[in-house]
Structure formats: structure tokens, C-alpha cells
Design a binder for this molecule. Structure first.
Ligand code: UTP
Length: 291
């Protein structure tokens, strides 16, 4: 079954990028000239997703404003002959059918996904974590690679990557067995493992495709690591019943919930940017000589 719906949880508190995230959602931090969430919606659209639900929260209305029309600005741009900018800002409003729901309390990623229950209905759906930007070749969007694995195996899919022994303790850890190139059977998973519970250095990074049964499982899952309702705990149940696969997707992931991740994204996207890439490269070359 073709996946056409996506959920983007973007209601977290973003404490790792405070104080900026006190008033600017981390999903709205700009990577050169677009907010992080623009790249995420673009990835979903490239994968054939038509309907997107963004989970927001208090203080995050700038996310809705970004994807909405801005008549005054549009008129002003047209009146001053700035057609290209007009085209760019109106294009943003037409990317997909985007809806919003507010998570009233930041009770965890699992709780945020549960807010999408009525939007999703009984269809399989994609989840793109709102602070994980993944840059892949345009014809290979990361979530599209996961959707292809869903089509092939008919099982929920997690996007996975190997991380360092230090990072695995802050993320999740997976037990996997190879199935084919870049695709694995997932046999177990644990969120934020203690060192003795690490299953492998493979972690879930930023993307999954889930069957709708995850909602009834989430409703019966107790709070986990950090006292939050963890999506990983619900996916673990699916792993033990129906089974899940993991895709080591092609693409580089930038963690916009982390100061260093924000800088890496800006530098690398900046270097590839058609308008400022060359100038930025010259600037960096000069700067590197002084380091
Ligand atoms: P994170 O755990 O990275 O987000 O969740 P956080 O809670 O904002 O992180 P801290 O405060 O810096 O540690 C991954 C994704 O899930 C969303 C976040 O917005 C992020 O995109 N999320 C997390 C929610 O939507 N609701 C929540 O209650 C928690």
C-alpha cells in the first residue's frame, strides 16, 4: 500500500538549543535561507507524500505562518518586481496539504505521534522527526527509501545509521540481521540504553514508516526513558510481534536539536548553495588558514 500520509512531530522543548529555542522553535532554525522543517516537508513531498500533519505546541505558531500565504508581502514583492522571491514564497504554501495539531504537553515523541491518530486512520504512515534534516540525492529522499522497504516487506521500517559508542547511549540501540543491501531485519530495540544494554551501534535516526496499529500499542505503553512516552517502546512491541525492518538510508542527517548539528547543516548546505556557495567556500578557505 502506497504511503501518502506523514506526521512531523515538532512539539519538543528543544532544551539543547536554549536560549534560542525559548522563542524560536528548533524546527524553524534557518539552514541558509529556509527553516529546517522546509527541508523535511520537501523530502516527504519528493517521496510522493501528499498529506502532512505537523504536531506543534505553544509558541510554535511560526511553523504554521511559514507554510501559510502572506498576502501583504506577496503584493509588495510583485509591486517591486521581485517575481523570483514571490515565486519562492508562494511555492512554499503549495508544497503539500499540511494540517496541524497541538500537543498540549511535551510528554514524549510517542505521545506526539499519538496525537496523529485520527489524521492517520488505518493507513500506514511516515514519521519524519522535526529536528532531523536529512540531505540525500534529490531522487532518493530518505523517507522514500523507507517507503520502498515498506512496499517490499509489508512491515514497519525504521531509518538507521551506525553512531558512536557515546551517541548510542543518548539515542536508541537496535539488534539487527542483514537481509539485503542496506536493509536489515530488526529483532530488538531499546531507547537510551545503559552501557550494559547496548544491542549494537545501529540507532534509529529521524525516520520511520509505521502501521496504524502503533496507536493502540502506544495507548497501552507506559512512560519509558526520561518519564516520556517513547515511540521506540511501541516499535519494540511491533518488532516482537509482526516484525520490523531497518534501512541504512543513503543521505546525511543533521541534528537540528543540537548546536553542533545546526552548524554542520549550515556549513554543508551553504557550500552547495547556488547563490552563495562559491563566496562561502572562499570565505571558509581564508578562515581555515587562520585556524
Ligand atoms: P527530541 O527528544 O529530540 O526533542 O525529539 P526535544 O524533547 O525537543 O529535545 P531536547 O529538549 O533538546 O532534549 C525528537 C522530535 O520529537 C519532537 C521534537 O520536536 C523533535 O522534533 N517531540 C519530542 C515532540 O513533538 N513532542 C515531545 O513531547 C517530544
Amino acid at each position: 500500500m502506497k504511503v501518502t500520509k506523514a506526521v512531523i512531530p515538532a512539539a519538543g522543548l528543544g532544551t539543547r538549543v536554549l536560549p534560542a529555542t525559548k522563542s524560536v522553535p528548533k524546527e524553524m532554525l534557518p539552514i541558509v535561507d529556509r527553516p529546517a522543517i522546509h527541508y523535511i516537508v520537501e523530502e516527504a513531498v519528493r517521496a510522493g507524500i501528499t498529506d502532512i500533519l505537523i504536531i506543534t505546541s505553544r509558541g510554535k505558531s511560526s511553523v504554521e505562518d511559514y507554510f501559510d500565504r502572506a498576502p501583504e508581502l506577496e503584493e509588495r514583492l510583485l509591486a517591486s518586481g521581485k517575481e523570483e522571491l514571490y515565486r519562492q514564497i508562494t511555492e512554499v504554501t503549495q508544497m503539500a496539504n499540511i494540517q496541524y495539531v497541538r500537543q498540549q504537553e511535551a510528554k514524549g515523541l510517542g505521545h506526539a505521534v499519538l496525537c496523529a491518530k485520527s489524521f492517520v486512520g488505518s493507513d500506514p504512515f511516515a514519521v519524519l522527526y522535526g529536528d532531523d534534516v536529512i540531505i540525500s540525492p534529490p531522487d532518493q529522499p530518505a523517507i522514500g527509501q523507507l517507503c520502498a522497504a515498506y512496499d517490499r516487506y509489508g512491515l514497519g521500517v525504521v531509518g538507521i545509521k551506525e553512531v558512536t559508542p557515546q551517541q548510542i547511549l543518548r539515542y536508541s540501540s537496535l539488534a539487527v540481521e542483514p537481509l539485503e543491501d542496506r536493509i536489515f531485519r530488526v529483532t530488538d530495540m531499546v531507547e537510551k540504553p545503559t552501557p550494559d544494554k547496548v544491542l549494537s551501534l545501529y540507532s534509529i535516526l529521524g525516520r520511520c514508516v509505521l502501521p496504524a496499529e502503533v496507536f493502540s500499542i502506544l495507548e497501552n505503553t507506559p512512560p519509558g526513558a526520561g518519564g516520556e512516552l517513547q515511540l521506540t517502546d511501541a516499535m519494540r512491541t511491533i518488532t516482537h510481534t509482526r516484525g520490523m525492518t531497518g534501512v541504512d538510508y543513503v543521505g546525511k542527517r543533521y541534528d537540528m536539536g543540537n548546536k553542533l548539528g545546526v552548524l554542520e547543516a549550515i556549513v554543508e548546505v551553504g557550500l552547495a548553495h547556488p547563490e552563495i556557495g562559491e563566496g562561502f567556500r572562499d570565505y571558509l578557505r581564508g578562515l581555515c588558514g587562520t585556524l
